[in-house]
Design a protein around this ligand. Structure first.
Ligand code: CP
Length: 320
């Protein structure tokens, strides 16, 4: 059974993007589920969201995606209401929830490698990692790349634009799972370059084990360098300081992107932010023509619809 735990587990990207693009063009009123999948195909399928850490976008977009496909949703968004609060392991929880569901979407603080006990590895249904502590957020990277794919005119033969992109990644480099998955997925483009600017006051480094070649990225350490890099940047990827991974007061949270910085960027360049937003992207820049934060939220719905479809619309032969 196919689980999506890291970006390495994502299915073939281009067909997924094309399906998400088709889905984005169908009006809700036309009943997407029936239009795409034939009468009632998802109707008996159940998606369970199991969120042991807070979420707005990821959980609700998965739930909205499943409902838009005419499927059904069980939502466990409060860890205090689950038996994990009584000490049950995530592994036991997943095995129970697997009985009630066709697909499980999980967010937890523990590394995904620790979610399933060794003697108990195989679940009968696929599991999607919606965030495991500071490590992975594969569907965030998926929707980020989809946003870039659309931006560069929906290239027909590749999920990436034809010319290598230069990315400037700004935020809590060591603790942001969105940044880690972003680096892993975007560095699949041959020639892509990454400039990393840590905003926590601790010169945060790429976490050990991140699948990116060392020659593909470089650290920048002050705003003067940052401004030089912005002149050649195609995509700024801005993320907040991950306060929940720090002891209070041990991090700085002073950086804000500015209008002046946006002006330095080349034409056709964009600024993305996976959310939730803090002061790294001030409210005054939300409507800036380079900022794609709202588009990322919209795209998250369609990409997750396409992914659910890919994982659940199987014939018995596919499942052998
Ligand atoms: N980007 C993201 O994961 O947002 P949520 O925490 O709101 O799901």
């Amino acid at each position: 059974m196919r689980n999506i735990m890291t970006v390495s587990d994502l299915p073939d990207l281009l067909p997924l993007f094309k399906l998400a693009d088709d889905m984005s063009r169908v009006d809700r009123e036309v009943e997407r589920g029936r239009w795409f999948h034939g009468e009632g195909k998802m109707r008996r399928k159940i998606l369970t969201t199991l969120f042991l850490e807070p979420s707005t976008r990821t959980r609700l977009s998965f739930e909205s995606a499943m409902l838009s496909l005419d499927g059904q949703v069980l939502s466990a968004a409060d860890p205090g209401c689950l038996s994990v609060a009584k000490g049950e392991s995530i592994s036991d929880t997943l095995h129970a929830v697997g009985v009630y569901s066709d697909l499980i979407v999980v967010r937890a603080t523990a590394r995904h490698e620790d979610w399933l006990d060794d003697e108990f590895k195989d679940l009968p249904v696929p599991v999607i990692n919606a965030g495991d502590g500071p490590f992975n957020h594969p569907t965030q990277a998926l929707l980020d790349l989809y946003t870039i794919w659309i931006e560069y005119g929906k290239p027909a033969y590749e999920p990436f634009p034809s010319t290598p992109l230069t990315h400037c990644v700004i935020g809590d480099i060591a603790n942001s799972r969105a940044i880690r998955s972003y680096l892993e997925l975007m560095s699949r483009q041959s020639g892509a370059q990454f400039y990393l600017f840590d905003t926590t006051g601790h010169n945060g480094k790429v976490r050990e084990g991140t699948k990116i070649a060392p020659h593909a990225y470089r650290y920048i350490t002050d705003e003067k360098q940052l401004k030089e890099v912005l002149r050649v940047t195609n995509v700024v990827y801005l993320n907040r300081v991950q306060r929940e991974r720090w002891l209070s007061g041990l991090y700085k949270e002073e950086f804000s992107f500015t209008e002046e910085m946006a002006k330095l960027m080349p034409s056709m360049s964009i600024i993305m932010n996976p959310g939730p937003r803090q002061k790294e992207l001030p409210t005054s820049l939300i409507g800036h023509p380079r900022v794609r934060m709202h588009q990322q939220i919209v795209n998250g719905l369609y990409v997750r619809m396409a992914l659910i479809h890919k994982l659940l619309d199987r014939t018995p032969a596919d499942m052998l």
